[in-house]
Design a protein around this ligand. Structure first.
Ligand code: IPM
Ligand code: MG
Length: 361
């Protein structure tokens, strides 16, 4: 089959990790007889430099007319002046909103080979297999009013956390649906003891939970959840939460898996529309251009893309198994290597995964 994939390398290590993922996609194409047509677009800082805009119209059009989009990362010190009129991150947010990808799936799976890479004790992280579903197009990231103002002659600023029930319902429903294919447990995370938006979140979540009597459901306050992720991560199955809470908790949860460099994500909207796939990590400007970034988060995002947007389950599993195999064989990038352990670069790691795919056991 022929599929069209928008590639958005972005800034910092983005081009390197997307390059690695592309190498892996080529290996999939060769093995399974598919044709992937790549269409490259600019987003973030590189787009600002070239066009003045963080998300050129052309890039958005490219994504909307493709089967899926794979993004590296955006941002960097060059564009981070708080007074700058346009910032790279705005491109990413605009893209998420324009593509209507309201649910961001961030699985955290601890592979046996990487148990030692986590700063947490092995007995805590062994067997962890959880899925954070982060609401992605609402809440503080998009609420208006937002901005700086003057109150009584001094500087002030405001952000707005607003949720409509329809926004809550669609993402929480997805959490319950996905839980049915897993261990049938949904943990909804909020701050209902303080925030009105969280009280609505909880109300709507209970209405939906009533439709899924076969799925266990609990509510946890976000501060407590931050604690439980460290002291009993294996208890979680599906966690669903609003945008900002999900942003913070998913970085925290990445440490369970050993490194941000291991965590993929899928951002999905209404079925039939293209999804957006990206590693959860940022552009890491401090290590950009050195061939030391871990490409596995992007490679695993590619697996999610094949599964959710292209319907290629077998191919997705092939990538996930190949990643598990190279890790079991001892391949490590710097971020997941133990002190003193030797490690390989971005290109070499991608190459190893591609090789396993080209010569399956
Ligand atoms: C993420 C990132 C983004 C976010 C930034 C780069 C805007 O942290 O995808 O988690 O906050 O959503
Ligand atoms: Mg984040």
């Amino acid at each position: 089959m022929n599929y069209t994939i928008a590639l958005l390398p972005g800034d910092g290590i983005g081009p390197e990790v997307v390059g690695g993922a592309r190498r892996v996609l080529d290996a999939i194409a060769a093995r399974f007889g598919h044709v992937f047509s790549y269409r490259e677009g600019m987003i973030g800082g590189c787009a600002i430099d070239a066009t003045g805009e963080a998300l050129p119209e052309e890039t958005l059009g490219l994504c909307l007319s493709s089967d899926a989009a794979l993004l590296g990362a955006v941002g960097g010190p060059k564009w981070s002046d708080p007074k700058a009129p346009v910032r790279p991150e705005q491109g990413l947010l605009k893209m998420r909103q324009a593509m209507g990808v309201f649910a961001n799936l961030r699985p955290v799976v601890v592979l046996d080979a990487l148990i030692e890479a986590s700063p947490l004790r092995p007995e805590r992280v062994r067997g962890v297999d959880l899925l954070i579903i982060r609401e992605l197009t609402g809440g503080l990231y998009f609420g208006v009013p937002q901005g700086q103002e003057t109150i009584d002659g001094e500087r002030a600023a405001v952000d707005t956390m607003r949720y409509r029930e329809s926004e809550i319902r669609r993402v929480v429903r997805l959490a319950f649906e996905l839980a049915r294919g897993r261990r049938r447990k949904v943990t909804s995370v909020d701050k209902a003891n303080v925030l009105a938006s969280s009280r609505l979140w909880r109300e709507v979540t209970h209405e939906i939970a009533a439709e899924y009597p076969d799925v266990e459901h609990e509510d946890i306050l976000v501060d407590a959840c931050a604690m439980y992720l460290i002291n009993r991560p294996a208890d979680f199955d599906v966690i669903v939460t609003e945008n900002m809470f999900g942003d913070i908790l998913s970085d925290e949860a990445s440490m369970i898996a050993g490194s941000m460099g291991m965590l993929p994500s899928a951002s999905l909207g209404e079925s039939g529309r293209p999804g957006l796939y990206e590693p959860i990590h940022g552009s890491a400007p401090d290590i950009a251009g050195q061939d030391i970034a871990n490409p596995l988060a992007t490679i695993l995002s590619t697996a999610m893309m094949l599964r959710s947007s292209l319907g290629l389950e077998e191919e997705a599993i092939a990538i996930e198994s190949a990643v598990a195999q190279v890790l079991a064989d001892g391949a490590r990038t710097a971020d997941i290597a133990r002190a003193g352990e030797s490690f390989i670069g971005t290109i070499e790691m991608s190459e190893r995964v591609a090789q396993v795919l080209s010569s399956p056991a």
